[in-house]
Design a protein. Structure first.
Lengths: 323, 429
């Protein structure tokens, strides 16, 4: 029983990349490809979701993710409402449910949710009425599936097939919803090897069980990889004894041009942004020829269009079958 | 006072191994005789217990009754009714009330409410420190005088080790039992579930096993120095159980209990962000569950408690990490005890001992037994009766149980407190 899928196997909600079949993830990528053409045209709109209402419900501040979701919805001709909920009293449970009921009463079709609690999107998905879809735009440390899929899309555009690829994810895995979603997606898509490179303080317990190889030494970890994914290191990690200092972190785990020599010559460098130059990545790498960081942002729109349209169009397909 | 004859039941006294089909005679609220009637006994009331097990009323070492202070969750009246329906006749009330049970006034309020309800022997636990804040030790002698059976940290470990040491010393001076929560607050506060592969998947900050073992080690070191009698509430890990077993083998005056849900659930049950399985200490790995089960017979664990924590629905209708921890457990204490027997883990005798004479002995009481001159606190249950826990069968006001929907065999038919029928299932007098 998967909360995310309809009985016909189609996508109902998009909450996590964990547990989704490879074919479905590939369909998201293929659908995104078809939308890339749309975005590049001068009239950047298709009427697929005309008359549909999508609510961006953001309990955590975000510029890029919210903007790309909004653009994606507009490109699909949906009506979009942005609600930024101050992260204070309203994040307390009952008002979350109450708020949902109120918004649902406005006959919306989809919630795009970002929340600081792991499991928030699951919680909302399990409480909305059957004809409403939920897309997770990041919940706590748990998942950020559209970010992961746009990364997969970026990898596929640059590298093609996943099977021969070695992918290294560098940095704060412990607090990263992006890393978790990437790892599940990479494994589902059949990536040859997924590595995580990090000090033990930034790795979750039993991380190997996600299907990764663990490296503490960046030189060993970067050797012969095809894709380097750098994670953002939050400043507050310097508190709480997780790391001694930003300087030591950069010395041990920063992605520099010199270290990139260890990877394959045609390796690409990715970062979910926003980047901390000189903390996790050297400017020369972030802006260099191997960097695809800005492509990731562009691809985010197409991937989010794909996910939104699949969730909402399959609703019609499912309704058509039962009628 | 009524004279009762309970006839035809299978009498099990976990205290000294009695397991026999016999009649039970009750006079003036006490057991008068087992088997043969006392001379001149004539019963005013007959209870037919054919096909039923007659055992001591259950003794529960840990229940949060939510009164005073959180009556929107439950009240003493509502929860002792649930206890009676669950065959429980004595329970320890946690001191984490609002205000905290750190003065005789609060103790008296609790005991007065309990007296009004007349459905259970409520044994208040006094706060070990004022406000459970871990800074100033409470007036333990006064609390005991007012009726507290022990002092407790109420689930909030004393952070300052010096204060803890003095609290244990003072309690030892008063010959008071101290109930402690074995947890290192730095390793558990702000974390939400067992640290392991499930927490890694869910992205929920995990509580390591070391939270329990570090907490235990600190307490054990102080027990060794002070000689205080300490009971560790709610063990959750294999390592924790082993440490208590070792300390007991070395002769330290310590004991431990486990919450019933720890014997049936594990971290796996949290998958899908099930807030009903948000408990403290957390549900741990399968191997921990197995070790806790083994601890029931190898000397580590002396009692199973309900760790009853009723909540209003809103407390759980939120995200996992925002939800309040705890399970409403009074309704499932006996049925899950019987399930341990069905699963072949314990004999009926052993299992009942862990919820009757075992916890009573932890408190230094000789209750939880069926013997002449003991108060007639009894539970009569039908060991064959199948039923399901659902909205109709659950008695606690707190509906927050992950066991809802479970099928059980064995249901309480009647509960007596001091020879008085305080609960009778429908269809019984």
């Amino acid at each position: 029983m998967n909360l995310q899928l309809r009985q016909n196997g189609g996508l109902r909600h998009f909450l996590t990349t964990e547990g989704l079949p490879r074919e479905l993830l590939e369909r998201i990528l293929t659908t995104a490809e078809s939308f890339t053409g749309v975005i590049e045209k001068s009239v950047k709109k298709v009427p697929l979701l005309r008359g549909r209402t999508i609510i961006n419900l953001f309990f955590e501040s975000s510029t890029r993710t919210r903007t790309t979701f909004e653009l994606a919805a507009k490109r699909l001709s949906a009506d979009v409402l942005n609600i930024n909920v101050a992260t204070s009293a309203t994040t307390k449970g009952e008002s979350l449910l109450d708020m949902l009921r109120n918004l649902e009463a406005m006959q919306c079709d989809m919630f795009v949710v970002r929340h600081e609690d792991s499991g928030a999107a699951h919680f909302i998905a399990s409480h909305v009425s059957p004809d409403v879809s939920v897309v997770n735009a990041g919940d706590g440390r748990h998942a950020h599936p559209t970010q992961a899929m746009l990364d997969m899309y970026t990898i596929r555009r640059h590298k093609g097939d996943f099977e021969p690829l070695r992918v290294a994810i560098v940095g704060d895995i412990l607090h990263s919803r992006v890393a978790r979603s990437q790892i599940h997606a990479l494994n589902a898509l059949g990536a040859g090897e997924v590595r995580v490179i990090s000090p033990r303080t930034l790795l979750p317990r039993d991380v190997e069980s996600l299907g990764v190889h663990v490296f503490h030494d960046i030189r060993q970890g970067l050797r012969d990889v095809d894709v380097v994914i750098t994670l953002r290191l939050q400043r507050e990690r310097m508190q709480g004894a997780l790391l001694p200092s930003a300087q030591e972190y950069y010395q041990l785990y920063g992605i520099s041009q010199e270290r990139m020599q260890l990877a394959r010559k045609d390796a690409i460098v990715m970062h979910p942004g926003p980047i901390n130059r000189g903390v996790e990545i050297e400017s020369a790498v972030a802006d260099g020829p191997q960097s695809v960081i800005l492509n990731q942002v562009t691809n985010g729109i197409a991937v989010r269009m794909a996910v939104m349209s699949m969730c909402l169009q399959q609703r019609e397909a499912a309704a058509g079958e039962s009628a | 006072m009524t004279r009762l004859r309970i006839h035809g039941g299978r009498i099990i006294d976990p205290g000294d191994g009695v397991d026999t089909i016999a009649d039970l005679y009750i006079a003036d609220g006490h057991i008068a005789a087992i088997g043969k009637p006392p001379t001149g006994f004539s019963a005013d009331q007959e209870i037919d217990a054919s096909g039923l097990v007659v055992c001591p009323g259950l003794v529960d070492l840990a229940a949060h009754l939510r009164e005073p202070g959180q009556e929107y969750k439950a009240s003493i009246a509502s929860e002792v009714r649930a206890a009676a329906a669950g065959g429980i006749t004595a329970l320890c009330a946690s001191p984490d009330t609002i205000p905290v049970t750190d003065t005789t006034a609060v103790v008296e309020l609790v005991t007065r409410r309990a007296r009004q309800a007349r459905l259970s022997r409520i044994m208040p636990l006094g706060a070990l420190t004022l406000g459970l804040e871990g800074q100033q030790i409470s007036e333990m002698a006064a609390l005991r005088e007012a009726g507290c059976v022990a002092v407790s940290d109420g689930g909030r470990p004393v952070v300052n080790t010096l204060v803890l040491r003095r609290a244990l010393d003072y309690a030892a001076t008063q010959d008071l039992l101290v109930m402690l929560t074995p947890a290192d607050p730095y390793l558990s506060d702000g974390f939400w579930m067992h640290e392991g592969w499930v927490s890694t998947r869910l992205g929920i900050a995990g509580i390591p096993v070391a939270a329990e073992t570090a907490g235990l080690a600190r307490c054990l070191a102080l027990v060794e120095e002070t000689g205080a009698r300490v009971h560790f509430g709610r063990l959750s890990s294999a390592q924790g159980a082993a440490m208590v077993a070792r300390a007991r083998a070395e002769g330290l005056p310590v004991s431990a209990d486990v919450a019933m849900h720890q014997l049936f659930l594990s971290e796996m049950d949290v998958s899908g962000f099930n807030s009903l399985c948000h408990v403290r200490p957390p549900l741990r790995a399968h191997a921990d569950r197995e070790a806790l089960r083994a601890g029931l017979t190898n000397g580590a664990i002396q009692a199973i408690c309900s760790d009853h924590q009723p909540h209003e629905p809103d407390a759980k209708a939120v995200t996992f990490v925002a939800s309040e921890p705890g399970i409403s457990g009074l309704d499932t204490l006996l049925p899950l005890t019987l399930r341990l027997v069905d699963e072949g883990l314990l004999t009926l005798h052993q299992a009942l001992g862990l919820v009757t004479a075992g916890p009573a002995a932890v408190l230094g009481q000789s209750s939880g037994r069926i013997a002449a001159d003991m108060p007639a606190d009894l539970c009569l249950f039908d060991p064959e009766h199948p039923w399901q826990l659902n909205d109709d069968t659950q008695h606690s006001r707190g509906r927050n149980s992950p066991f809802i929907g479970w099928e059980f065999t064995g249901q309480v038919r009647m509960t007596l407190l001091g020879g008085r029928v305080i609960y009778a299932a429908s269809g019984l007098a």
